[in-house]
Design a protein around this ligand. Structure first.
Ligand SMILES: [Ca+2]
Length: 113
């Protein structure tokens, strides 16, 4: 499924533009701008699946680094610092990857910002 089937292209562009500068990425704010805050859990899971390139059931560090490319070809790569910060924030059980089941997947929804 294409990301633009789940999210509005203009929202994706707006969110990418907001974090165009290296080391400015804030995943909570990004997911809010891209429109995921208002999405149903099912749709959030579909976004998650689109980002899980190798269909492992997890977003690993390498997939996280290129997460913005998952939203748009024009997305930049995250810096190592941004990737680590994102992973640390979303990886609740400390296994070095983000699970799609339950709490970590819900961590993708910026409910508390
Ligand atoms: Ca994966």
């Amino acid at each position: 499924m294409a990301m633009t089937d789940l999210l509005k292209a203009e929202d994706i562009k707006k969110a990418l533009d907001a974090f165009a500068v290296a080391d400015s990425f804030d995943h909570r704010k990004f997911f809010e701008l891209v429109g995921m805050r208002a999405m149903e859990a099912d749709s959030v899971n579909k976004v998650f699946q689109a980002l899980d390139v190798d269909a492992s059931g997890y977003i690993e560090e390498e997939e996280l680094k290129f997460v913005l490319k998952g939203f748009s070809e024009e997305g930049r790569d995250l810096t190592d610092a941004e990737t680590k910060k994102f992973l640390d924030a979303a990886d609740k059980d400390g296994d070095g990857k983000i699970g799609m089941d339950g709490t970590e997947a819900r961590g993708y929804r910026p409910l508390h910002c």
